[in-house]
Design a protein around this ligand. Structure first.
Ligand code: GDP
Ligand code: MG
Length: 165
């Protein structure tokens, strides 16, 4: 079956924006027997002829229910990481590290799979290095600047993701 890429991170960092940019269509697919859950959606993707499935996590309700962030984030990140071959951990380059980022990092660090740490919302390449290295503290490797809105950095990320398959 196709390789699976999981996109994890706390709410509002830009996971869905990134998935929508990478996926063939916004429409979620029914993935094997798991179907489309409320909190994880599966999308077809390909890059240079390499087909894969990309999982968006975080669902629809998490943005509003502040008080249930931590357990939800943990559960979704864990499930997605377990079924993934490659993990994309997204953080927000405009706000810096939060407690919820640390929660996700704890899960990601325990999984022995390739991880790409994406520092999103780096919309201006001229400032892409600002605050970038702070994210080393998450302990999941080298932070990479990207703008899911503008697309900046996504080609390089995809090159490196498909090289893991
Ligand atoms: P999710 O909760 O992690 O799925 O985040 P979303 O993809 O829903 O994005 C949350 C907010 O961040 C939305 O208002 C997006 O438009 C915004 N956003 C996402 N990516 C970027 C980006 O690269 N740059 C900027 N400036 N905003 C972004
Ligand atoms: Mg989302």
């Amino acid at each position: 079956s196709k390789p699976i890429v999981a996109v994890v991170g706390r709410p509002n960092v830009g996971k869905s924006t990134l998935v929508n940019r990478i996926a063939v269509s916004r429409e979620a697919i029914v993935h094997e027997s798991r179907g489309v859950t409320r909190d994880r959606s599966y999308h077809e993707a390909d890059w240079n002829g390499r087909d894969f499935v990309i999982i968006d996590t975080g669902g629809i309700e998490s943005v509003k229910s502040q008080d249930v962030f931590a357990p939800r984030i943990r559960e979704q990140a864990l499930l997605a990481c377990q079924e993934a071959d490659v993990i994309v951990f997204v953080v927000d380059g405009a706000t810096g590290i939060t407690d919820e980022d640390e929660e996700v990092a704890r899960i990601v660090r325990r999984v022995d799979k390739p991880v790409f740490l994406i520092v999103n919302k780096k919309d201006d390449p001229a400032n892409e290095q600002d605050g970038l290295w702070d994210f080393y503290a998450l302990g999941v490797g080298e932070p990479r600047p990207l703008s899911a809105s503008h697309g900046y950095g996504t080609g390089d990320l995809l090159d490196d993701i498909v090289a893991c398959f």
